[in-house]
Write a protein that binds this ligand. Structure first.
Ligand code: ATP
Ligand code: MG
Length: 397
């Protein structure tokens, strides 16, 4: 049995939680992503614990807990300032609609619980001594950098079609390959993805897009035809294929969406519809629209100072990211220098506002808004000093 000798602090501070459960006569293990990420030396963000104790029994042992998903056996326990998701060993049965289990059945042993997990590398457990329990050769697959379904992949994707998206998402995040039978099962059952809510698909897709091997994962996403089941992609493989040859990964979600939209050659008025179909927030949609618009400009000509100002730093940086990834030749240093040299960089930095203009005797109304924009443009262009006095003088003259 493999044993990890020097557990990182994030685990050692959680060991007393396992001890407490064990002292009460239950079994308890670290499970899932945290064990995988520990072995991969990746950053660990949250610690999941699986136990033979029922949720009510867990709650009795810890003074502070939250009923996170008590129906599914999960209780969040707060212990010494950290929070842990503690889930009762369970299996899932039913899967009538390819989405969520009809009901969960609590079981008494760890192995039943590990069996229901999606991939071998996610089905590892570790006890409080650092000993790794590996029933499906997850360690072997970690070593071989493989995403492989636990058990029969066809059956597993029929139970829960989201797992197909999770497979390509982990490929991207971990820079892993898909085990051939797992890949074949996705190709054979890609249509099942249409049963899954867009929000859940989107969350996985964004993780794919911002992972460190997104081009390769995207290639499999296309090859298996998963792409035919998501909003706006069906029938556009030829355009989207370019993504699989990109050398760099988007550094954030908004860059990822902008690249997809540019590859799909969506017109300005189609972007909102596309983003909405993916159930993206209005804030995300607005950012992506701005990035695509600035990208269109800088692909043709140098932007004006006011265009740089209106974009703002975050949009500019994301647009530069997009241009670099798409191989669009632009001089990003000059753009950044120009932006940084602007007299004001956000509207908030303007020395005057609507209230100030009213105080100087301007009537409230549309004219006031126009005047404010005019002042802003002049300040950005360096033609008017950014001060109340200078604006007053300008209005008087
Ligand atoms: P991340 O680092 O993104 O959180 P993770 O592996 O922890 O990755 P989670 O979605 O947090 O992923 O799920 C925790 C664990 O629960 C997984 O490692 C896996 O064992 C199991 N799991 C999650 N979703 C599924 C699913 N759809 N089918 C089967 N098992 C799943
Ligand atoms: Mg997790």
């Amino acid at each position: 049995m493999m044993k990890i000798d020097n557990l990182p602090e994030i685990f050692t501070v959680a060991v007393p939680v396992l001890e407490k459960l064990e002292q009460a006569g239950f079994e308890a293990y670290f499970v899932g992503g945290s064990v995988r990420d520990l072995l991969l030396k990746r950053q660990i963000h949250d610690i999941d614990i699986a136990t033979s104790a029922y949720p009510e029994e867990v709650k009795e042992l810890f003074s502070r807990s939250i009923d996170t998903g008590i129906k599914h056996g999960t209780v969040t326990v707060l212990y010494h300032g950290q929070s842990y998701e503690i889930t009762t060993f369970r299996t899932e049965s039913g899967y009538q609609d390819y989405r969520r289990p009809d009901h969960v059945t609590f079981v008494q042993n760890l192995s039943e619980d590990l069996k229901r997990r999606d991939f071998t590398i996610n089905a590892l457990a570790m006890n409080r001594h650092g000993e790794v329990i590996d029933l499906f050769d997850g360690l072997g697959d970690l070593h071989k950098c493989l995403i492989k379904a636990v058990g029969n992949p066809e059956q597993r994707f029929n139970e829960d079609a989201l797992r197909m998206m999770r497979a390509v998402r982990f490929m991207s995040q971990l820079k892993f390959q898909l085990e051939p039978q797992t890949e074949q099962a996705i190709a054979d059952h890609h249509q099942l993805l249409s049963q899954i809510s867009i929000e859940r698909i989107r969350d996985e897709f964004v993780k794919l897009g911002t992972g460190k091997s997104s081009a390769e994962a995207f290639r499999i996403f296309l090859d298996t035809n998963l792409s035919e089941e998501v909003p706006g992609f069906a029938g556009h493989k030829e355009l989207l294929k370019i993504y699989s040859s990109l050398e760099f990964n988007p550094s954030n979600e908004q860059s990822f969406w902008a690249i997809i939209i540019i590859l799909l050659k969506l017109q300005d008025d189609q972007i909102k519809q596309f983003m909405r179909a993916w159930k993206n927030s209005n804030a995300m949609t607005a950012m992506v629209e701005q990035i695509v618009a600035l990208f269109d400009i800088i692909s043709q000509r140098p932007p004006t100072d006011f265009e740089l100002f209106e974009a703002g730093q975050d949009i500019l940086f994301s647009t530069i990211d997009v241009a670099r990834i798409l191989g669009q030749p632009i001089n990003s240093e000059i753009l950044v220098d120009r932006y940084l040299a602007l007299p004001i960089k956000t509207s908030a930095e303007l020395a005057v506002d609507g209230r100030f203009l009213i105080k100087t005797g301007i009537e409230p109304g549309p004219r006031l808004g126009q005047l404010l924009t005019e002042i802003k443009k002049m300040v950005v262009a360096g033609k008017l000093e950014n001060s109340e006095e200078a604006v007053k003088e300008y209005l008087a003259g």
